[in-house]
Design a protein around this ligand. Structure first.
Ligand code: PFF
Length: 438
């Protein structure tokens, strides 16, 4: 559940719909499913093998499995990446918290359809409000982390994940029943392969990395807590399938509403924050209460999904500081909190007072996002499969994957999964990495 909680996040609700929108719909989803099952699942399994075999955080895992080697840098990278991601992830987490607040205070209904579009731009470009909500969101994350692995992360995920599925199904039912939703449904189920480009395939793989929390040590860290009896293959497939199902449900919750509102599906990162409030405002003219309830449910879903993921991002750094630097858990958590808060604050301000600051032509937020998703995640994922496919002994990998040979079905799948890990995944990820710079 915690792994599913890490996977299901803003990547599914906020990023997936707009990436699908930018890449033409159903055909892209098919490529995405393929990438997820045949490339991302093997990487997920490689990370779980490293985590459970070593029983340690990312840096410690490299010391145990490849002592004294240069692989320690892979360990450091896997600790650093999630902290950097958390810093800007919590800015968007803060936006969802603010939108939940807006839903509760009937802001969408009161703004009306004409003014609701300005809410988003006005909010993110201001100084204090986004900072405040970024801080609140990170504090919520900290609270769960302080609860510990069992009573914090595990309990929270067990409660949230089933709730998330119920909420997203309810919103999808509402969305597909809107007048004008049919075009949106067709967009998601009728593939038009003429819209597919090489870039779409790169985006599909990148998105499946992002969505499954790969290439950044999260799965290594969580797997280090998994018991030796647990079936890694089942856990990996279970996580991938629930993540996929959730992304597709989120597509059905958002795309029909986007088309019903007459908004372009390729509107980019602001998609859910700009289009859904428009629907809520429109509905609010005749049914203000129902509109507010749906708005609250929707942003509550976004918030919980974001929290179960941000917790996993924070845990990587905390596990490192506790196990390697022998810090007490609360101090470790506060240290990660302070560092990510500071970087996140700069990212948040880059939509307002710091909007003039550019890094290679991008504002600070986009530069950090691009650097993380296109460079750090791909390098991390690549090194991970190379480590398991080429550095670890095949017998050790098989032993971990099959629980010492006791899981016979896993044994049957092993040659295929190992082939994907050793050849297909590193080649595909390598191509994606190079293509990013073309
Ligand atoms: N997998 C989660 C999501 O899709 O939101 C969390 C996450 C992990 C987001 C890693 C971003 C990221 F780079």
């Amino acid at each position: 559940m915690a792994m599913a909680g890490s996977a299901i996040g803003l990547g599914n609700i906020w990023r997936f719909p707009y990436i699908v929108g930018e890449n033409g719909g159903a055909a892209f989803i098919l490529v995405y499913v393929f990438c997820c099952l045949f490339l991302s699942v093997p990487i997920f399994l490689a990370e779980s093998v490293i985590g459970r075999r070593s029983g340690a955080n990312c840096r410690g895992a490299m010391e145990k499995l490849a002592p004294g080697s240069g692989w320690k840098w892979f360990g450091y990278l896997s600790v650093f990446t999630p902290m950097l991601i958390l810093s800007y992830y919590s800015v968007i987490g803060g936006w969802s918290l603010n939108y939940l607040w807006k839903g509760m205070t009937l802001s969408f209904v009161r703004s009306g359809t004409e003014a609701v579009g300005e809410l988003f731009g006005g909010f993110i470009s201001s100084t204090w409000a986004p900072l405040l909500f970024h801080t609140l969101f990170l504090l919520m994350t900290l609270l769960v982390i302080l609860g510990g692995v069992r009573s914090g992360i595990e309990k929270f995920s067990k409660l949230c994940i089933p709730l998330l599925f119920v909420l997203i199904v309810a919103i999808a039912i509402y969305s597909v029943s809107l007048p004008g939703a049919k075009t949106g449904i067709n967009y998601l189920i009728r593939p038009d392969f003429s819209k597919l480009t090489a870039r779409s395939c790169i985006d599909a793989l990148g998105q499946s990395f992002y969505s499954l929390s790969l290439g950044m040590g999260i799965i290594i860290t969580y797997s280090s807590y998994i018991s030796k009896k647990e079936n890694l293959f089942a856990a990996g497939l279970g996580t991938a399938v629930s993540d996929l199902m959730f992304a597709i449900l989120a597509g059905f919750a958002i795309m029909p509403a986007v088309f019903a509102a007459g908004i372009a599906p390729g509107a980019g990162p602001g998609l859910i924050f700009e289009t859904l409030p428009f629907i809520f405002a429109k509905m609010g003219v005749t049914m203000p209460w129902l509109s507010s309830i749906v708005a609250i449910l929707f942003f509550l879903t976004v918030l919980f999904a974001a929290l179960t993921s941000s917790v996993s991002l924070m845990e990587v750094g905390v596990a490192y500081l506790v196990e390697e630097k022998k810090m007490k858990r609360p101090l470790a958590a506060l240290t990660v909190f302070a560092a990510t808060w500071a970087v996140g604050a700069v990212c948040s301000l880059s939509f307002g007072p710091l909007s003039g600051v550019k890094i290679f032509g991008n504002d600070i937020f986009s530069a950090v996002d691009l650097f993380c998703s296109n460079v750090l995640l791909t390098v991390g994922g690549f090194l991970c499969v190379v480590f398991v496919g080429w550095k670890m002994k095949k017998e050790d990998v098989r032993d971990e994957f099959t629980n010492g040979g006791t899981k016979r079905l896993n044994g049957k799948w092993f040659p295929f999964v190992y082939f994907l890990t050793r050849y297909a995944a590193p080649i595909a990820v390598g191509i994606i990495f190079i293509a990013n710079f073309l």
